[in-house]
Design a protein around this ligand. Structure first.
Ligand code: CA
Length: 427
């Protein structure tokens, strides 16, 4: 599909992340408007609550956009999702319905410059599950912990492994993250101590947002799961490796991951990503029928990780990889999640697992990039890193590349603040 040309000129360049082909959904506020739903177009945000008020978007529902989350709209289901996308395309395309384009008074109120807006979490996250579905990441981490012969656990090629994370600490890009406190056991120490993590890490992931749920007790097929997914965000699964190493056996990560998860501000819909579908890599062993992919359900999305130290003006490119490296698609993960009868709901967030490619410069975590801290990285500023230092800003970004245009997500960033002062434990 070629670039769809909009009458908003800034949407028509080859490098704009938000052309008319994208239409990603977010929640924004300005000095004069409280948080509400908007769609990114070029360098602007279109205020959907004003279009709703003016009856320019009427698709068998009303009053779902003057709220600080997309959940109410998402709950309306796939027909409403398609209707809104079609209507917005008609209002914004060159030569389309000019009900907005010809109304300069409304344009002046409803189109807000992105640089003047503050972005908020786009959904109320119902529940958050994180997977471990990247083949290279699982092999790298397993090699460090158990040696290359035993790198992949025996279940890995049969099950998209996951754990139930915390929705309460999912935050929007730009939110500062305090270095977590926790129980850790330094190498050679006989007993654990409590203190700030010294091995604080990022994990480059994609997040899938569940649009429609299933009933408790009712599994779904992979094809049904694919249709249940509303859209995708870039996700940083912040990880405290020293807390994780001490706590993770036998039930998996707990406090090492519970303190924060960051997502990019714009939900790129599955509809916008349609032209970029790609199959998962060849199966090394045949999957059970309930997990087999009936059509390409992964996406070709270029991803990058950058790091900017405190006071730095430029960020160092640490990694460049692609979502197509994943062994399991989000649809397979969702089908597996519901397979026991687990109820999934609108607003559930599924982390893909860390996305690492096969080479060193395509690894999606510092644990892998510095090989457990043994191979320090040199930033463009000359500073050395193994894990994150206070003041570091991680910048995760990505886009799907079309013919003369790109579908972007907006950056997923976060800056590390020093650990908080703990309470006086003796009181
Ligand atoms: Ca993860």
């Amino acid at each position: 599909m070629p670039l769809l040309k909009s009458w908003i000129d800034s949407a028509n360049t080859a490098v704009c992340p938000f052309p008319l082909n994208n239409l990603p959904y977010g929640v924004f506020s300005t000095d004069s408007t409280p948080p509400r739903c908007g769609v990114a177009i070029g360098d602007m945000i279109l205020d959907l609550s004003l279009l709703e008020e003016q009856r320019l978007i009427e698709v068998n529902y009303e009053e779902v956009f003057e709220v600080p989350f997309w959940n109410e709209f998402i709950e309306l289901g796939p027909r409403a999702w398609a209707d809104l996308r079609a209507r917005l395309t008609d209002l914004l395309i060159e030569g389309g319905d000019d009900a907005l384009a010809a109304n300069s008074e409304l344009c002046a109120r409803a189109l807000v410059a992105q640089k003047d807006a503050t972005m908020h979490l786009p959904i109320v996250v119902a529940e958050y599950t994180d997977f471990y579905a990247g083949r290279n990441h699982a092999f790298n981490v397993g090699s460090m912990f158990r040696g290359p012969e035993n790198a992949l656990p025996p279940n890995w090629l049969h099950i998209p492994i996951g754990y139930n994370g915390r929705a309460s600490t999912v935050v929007v890009s730009g939110t500062d993250i305090h270095r977590p406190l926790g129980q850790l056991k330094p190498a050679g120490a006989e007993a654990p101590v409590f203190g700030p993590s010294r091995r604080l890490d990022i994990e480059l992931e994609m997040g899938a947002i569940v649009g429609t749920g299933n009933k408790m007790g009712q599994p779904v097929t992979v094809a049904e799961a694919d249709a249940m997914i509303f859209g995708y965000v870039i996700l940083n699964d912040w990880s405290a490796r020293d807390i994780q190493a001490w706590e993770y056996q036998p039930l998996g990560p707990f406090q090492a991951k519970a303190f924060a998860t960051s997502i990019s501000p714009w939900i790129v819909t599955a509809a916008a990503l349609g032209p970029f579908r790609t199959p998962t890599p060849p199966r090394e062993v045949e999957l059970l029928p309930y997990l087999q992919e009936p059509a390409p359900m992964l996406y070709d999305i270029d991803l990058e990780v950058r790091l900017r130290p405190a006071g730095g003006t430029r960020a160092t490119l640490l990694s460049h990889t692609n979502y197509n490296e994943m062994y399991y698609s989000a649809a397979q993960q969702l089908a597996h999640h519901a397979s026991s009868g687990c109820e999934m709901n609108t607003g559930d967030l599924l982390g893909s697992g860390t996305i690492s490619g096969p080479t060193k410069d395509t690894r999606g975590s510092l644990l892998e990039l510095s090989w457990g801290g043994k191979e320090p990285l040199t930033l463009d500023s000359g500073e050395i890193r193994t894990f994150l230092e206070d003041g570091d800003t991680a910048i995760l970004s990505g886009h799907a590349q079309g013919d003369g245009y790109r579908v972007g997500f907006g950056d997923c960033t976060g800056t590390i603040l020093p650990a908080v002062t703990p309470p006086d434990w003796t009181k």
